[in-house]
Design a protein around this ligand. Sequence first.
Ligand SMILES: [Zn+2]
Length: 120
Amino acid sequence: MLLDIRTLNLVARPLTREQGQTILERDQYCCQYCGLDGRATFENALAMSVDFLHPRSHKGRKHPRNLVACCRPCNQIKGRHIFKTFEEAKAFVLEHREELRKAWQDKVAKRAKAATQKET
Ligand SMILES: [Zn+2]
């Protein structure tokens, strides 16, 4: 990922800044998987990138139909998996985000419980 200092957007190589910008604008700077709004906060803006639906590592093309605005966590979750459709990819990403969320919530709950037990 390449951070463009002028626009503060992360653009996947080998896209040019203009190509990445075009996709982010088309998708209104919203992650097409989880809906994160890249314009809402500075931190969200930093998290935005462009995803290759069909991965570059599997010869995915940089045609606009193969590119979507995507936050880095969703991009990482999707990884190099190959999907037949965008909807299939989205379902996979959202399902895995939910699994990660539950694992995180369990961890936080256990820590809180351990802290409470130490106090008593
Ligand atoms: Zn996302």
